[in-house]
Design a protein around this ligand. Structure first.
Ligand code: SF4
Length: 212
């Protein structure tokens, strides 16, 4: 008997039900390979597929497969882009056919909780793309909104600061200290309580730890 697998399934399906009650489309997969296949089945040649800077999506290798399917890739995280080109791509991502990202946390009440720097990810999650697909590992599930922000400040934001090599105090403290730095990346705090009225959003919960 695999207790971890069973627990992930119970928790994952509980969140999926809560998300559906909040009018989101939601589905649980046991592992990221199944989730990846589900996403790829939704991508067609010529579609503009955007990447919202998610480590979860990156770890799944979807971009490479989308390119093989001859989708038009929009990824503002491409290292070769100049700052101006990056901004252009970020704007194009807002009107993509499919926007792929994760959520920093999902509550057991079926709410999506995120902290952004520019706000481009939460903007796209809310309105713009034809379709939004959000993938969240089981590690993103929290009890409630309060725990969601605690999780983000303890794990997601400090790790993103380290990844982006930001000179912010959380990279030394290991947790958020609500800094006043000019380089602060935590600027937009978002709670999506129900599926935004004009959006077409699917949330995939995966029974594995993905991203942070
Ligand atoms: S608010 Fe400042 S200290 Fe807190 S996680 Fe963001 S950048 Fe780091």
């Amino acid at each position: 008997m695999d207790i971890n697998k069973m627990h992930n399934e119970i928790l994952g399906n509980k969140v999926v039900e809560a998300l559906k009650e909040n009018y989101f489309d939601a589905i649980y997969f046991e592992d990221s390979l199944q989730a990846k296949q589900y996403i790829l089945d939704n991508l067609k040649q010529g579609m503009k597929v955007a990447f919202g800077g998610s480590m979860t999506i990156k770890s799944m290798g979807i971009k490479e497969e989308a390119a093989k399917k001859k989708c038009v890739i929009l990824d503002h995280g491409e290292a070769s882009l100049t700052p101006q080109e990056k901004l252009q791509v970020m704007r194009q991502e807002l009107i993509s056919d499919v926007f792929l990202c994760s959520s920093n946390a999902i509550t057991l009440q079926g709410e999506l909780v995120n902290i952004d720097g520019a706000g481009n990810r939460v903007a796209a999650m809310t309105f713009g793309p034809e379709k939004v697909i959000i993938v969240a590992g089981i590690n993103k599930i929290v009890m409630d909104e309060d725990e969601a922000f605690k999780r983000i400040k303890r794990i997601a934001c400090p790790k993103n600061n380290i990844r982006l090599e930001k000179p912010n105090p959380c990279t030394k403290a290991g947790v958020c200290v609500d800094c006043k730095s000019q380089s602060r990346i935590c600027r937009v705090y978002s709670v999506i309580k129900r599926r935004p009225s004009r959006s077409n959003m699917t949330i995939i919960v995966v029974g594995e730890n993905l991203g942070y």
